[in-house]
Design a protein around this ligand. Structure first.
Ligand SMILES: NC(=O)c1ccc[n+]([C@@H]2O[C@H](COP(=O)([O-])OP(=O)(O)OC[C@H]3O[C@@H](n4cnc5c(N)ncnc54)[C@H](O)[C@@H]3O)[C@@H](O)[C@H]2O)c1
Length: 418
């Protein structure tokens, strides 16, 4: 088990701390301890969010198919369950004040091509989460969506929640984006559903771009391994192409604020609303990734190739992956939607609405710091494995010498040195 990566984030805790302080000022009687449930709480964002909430004194359930790889913070409980398992959700949602629905499937790499699994987790799972929130009288539900609900490969510059519509569902290049867009709409449509026994379900959605931060597991290790295999010698796309990123601590801050903005104390301002959330900066992917090449000791991609070539190669790799899947796993280097989504087309979004309505104020972080942490942890692992290899060699040598000495002893011979 690794120590908790981002849950101890001073920024994330600050966001929680600030808001609870505000609550104390508004109500002199101490508010009852809140109970939160985070689906996908074993993953990077879910775990960071849960840990941050627990540090502010709330009780937190992390619900996920897989165990988190980090140590649980005091105040958090882990439930191993599937968001498609009705019985498990009914048990877990009992007495919960707010659900953060973070779990999802099919975001990147080979996962992106598992259509049925993506559909059932992202759509059926979301429907069930909404349904169980209602049946268990959970009054608040915050959904972690994605910018992909609006971005489908056509340029978007400084888009906002009102001017950029959902990308047509049938035109999405990948099933992940399509199913996230369906889930995003289902969540917003559920806003205002009456709860049995009184009260109303309030919902909102947050739409982040790519997430980065210390110990991020999805993008950084994958790109680093491609760089080490020298698969990133080529650069493509226009140098002016821009996109946003969000540091995990800023995204945690936004989730905490969104949950608060679904309460009466905040006038239910986020009720039925969508928010784009990012660091408030637009960057070119290859320039942004420069510290990764630098710290890994590799030169920047210098051979410029047409995007159409890369797109075609991605299409061939996807087909190869699908054709060979019954025999062996050949993960595609990049999928077509990653080619256009990540690199080739500008897609940037404003965060003015989140700033104004939620009080979201992103802190400044650098990708280079996340890379530094990654390089340190991988070189520590590499040092550990070199030490283990040496130890194994030494033990084998000692065993061999022992056997030799025993053989000589049995033959009645004595080594000359003894
Ligand atoms: N990582 C990014 O760059 C990015 C970008 C935009 C949006 N998002 C959204 O943010 C959220 C969190 O992303 P992350 O980077 O932390 O991903 P992650 O893969 O680390 O976490 C997702 C978690 O969901 C869990 N999960 C999947 N299927 C499940 C099921 N059936 N039941 C219960 N748990 C299940 C997984 O086990 C995993 O732990 C997702 O909703 C994703 O769509 C992520």
């Amino acid at each position: 088990m690794k120590p908790n990566p981002a849950g101890s984030s001073p920024e994330a805790c600050k966001a929680v701390g600030q808001t609870s302080q505000h609550k104390t000022q508004a109500t002199p009687v101490q508010a009852p301890r809140q109970k939160f449930l985070v689906t996908g709480g074993g993953g990077y964002l879910g775990f960071s969010l849960g840990s941050s909430l627990a540090k502010s004194g709330s009780s937190v359930i992390l619900l996920d198919l897989r165990r988190p790889q980090w140590e649980l913070s005091p105040g958090t409980e882990f439930i191993q369950a599937d968001v498609r398992d009705e019985e498990a959700l009914l048990r877990a949602f009992e007495g919960v004040d707010c659900v953060f629905h973070v779990a999802s499937h099919g975001m990147s790499g080979a996962e992106k091509l598992q259509k049925e699994q993506i559909e059932s987790v992202n759509v059926r799972g979301t429907k069930l989460v909404i349904d169980v929130c209602v049946r268990r009288q959970v009054p608040r539900l915050v959904y972690t969506s994605t910018v992909n609900v609006a971005f489908g490969g056509k340029p978007i510059e400084q888009g906002d929640e009102d001017s950029v519509p959902y990308f047509p569902l049938e035109k999405h290049m990948d099933h992940y984006s399509r199913t996230k867009a369906i889930a995003d709409q289902l969540i917003l449509m559920a806003n205002g559903t009456p709860l049995p026994g009184g009260g109303t379900l309030r919902t909102c959605v947050l739409r982040p771009p790519g997430i980065y931060g210390p110990e991020e597991q999805r993008h950084l290790p994958r790109v680093a391994s491609h760089i080490k295999k020298r698969l990133f010698m080529f650069r493509f796309g226009d140098r002016r192409t821009q996109m946003n990123w969000v540091h995990v601590r800023n995204l945690v801050q936004a989730h905490v604020l969104a949950a608060e903005a679904l309460t009466a104390a905040k006038g239910y301002v986020a009720s039925g609303q969508a928010y784009y959330i990012n660091d408030g900066e637009s960057v070119n992917l290859f320039e942004w990734m420069a510290p990764l090449f630098e710290k890994l000791g590799y030169s920047q991609p210098w051979i410029q190739v047409p995007t159409s070539w890369v797109y075609l190669t991605a299409a061939v790799m996807e087909q190869l992956h699908l054709a060979l899947r019954p025999i062996c796993s050949v993960p595609p280097l990049l999928t077509r939607s990653e080619v256009s989504g990540l690199v080739a087309v500008t897609h940037t979004f404003q965060i003015a609405k989140a700033r104004a309505q939620l009080g979201y104020a992103p802190d400044k972080f650098s990708f280079a710091d996340a890379v530094e942490r990654y390089v340190q942890s991988t070189s520590a692992r590499a040092r550990g494995s070199t030490a283990r290899t040496l130890l194994r060699l030494l033990l084998r040598l000692l065993l061999l010498l022992g056997l030799l000495a025993l053989g000589l002893h049995l033959l009645g011979l004595r080594p000359a040195v003894v």
